[in-house]
Design a protein around this ligand. Structure first.
Ligand code: APR
Length: 172
């Protein structure tokens, strides 16, 4: 059995094994959730990120969580929305699958995702939320009982996003 929940809040406060960061390809920090995570984790996070030497769009790399409650930060790079004809939907799906693969590799029991690409990267929210929930749900169903991961949270930073996720996610 597993649970999937939409929550309204700040992902840096989530007491889970891993939180996902919506980073950029440099992995050297930025604004939005990336900035919030680096501020909360402290300077050691950037130090470790420097050693990772970047990340391609759709891929994911894992660091420690340092001063965060979370043990790990799984950094992924979402696609920048360019109108929908640059493989954006496939790349966003790839982000979720790459993060889940990292979570399995680290034997994580609980994970929190932000709305990847839905801010600065301007991905249409309806499409992004559909991709996020359907990709994660299919993965969790396929691996139910086979992996340590049992709790998935979609952390929404505002009410509008929370409504969008809540419509699609119900507890499993
Ligand atoms: N907790 C949870 N969600 C948050 C938080 C937070 N503390 N801060 C922002 N968000 C939400 C935003 O409201 C948005 O819904 O995360 C979602 C993703 O928005 P961005 O952080 O802008 O990420 P993204 O659209 O993927 O753009 C990535 O922005 O910050 C830079 O370095 C980052 O270049 C990269 C780009």
């Amino acid at each position: 059995m597993y649970t999937m929940q939409a929550v309204l809040g700040d992902i840096t406060k989530m007491n889970v094994d891993a939180i996902v960061n919506a980073a950029n390809r440099s992995l050297l920090g930025g604004g939005g959730v990336d900035g919030a995570i680096h501020r909360a984790a402290g300077p050691r996070l950037l130090k470790e990120c420097r050693r990772l030497r970047g990340c391609n769009t759709g891929d994911a790399k894992t660091t420690k969580g340092y001063d965060l409650p979370a043990k790990y930060v799984i950094h992924t790079v979402g696609p920048i929305w360019q109108g929908g004809s640059a493989n954006e939907e496939v790349l966003l799906k790839q982000c979720y699958l790459s993060c889940l693969a990292q979570a399995v590799e680290k034997d994580v029991r609980s994970i929190a995702f932000p709305a990847i690409s839905c801010g600065v990267y301007r991905f249409p929210v309806e499409i992004a939320v559909r991709i996020a929930v359907s990709t994660v749900e299919a993965f969790m169903r396929r691996n139910d009982g086979l992996i340590a991961l049992k709790e998935v949270y979609f952390v929404c930073f505002d009410e509008a996003m929370y409504q969008k996720y809540s419509e699609r996610v119900n507890d499993k």
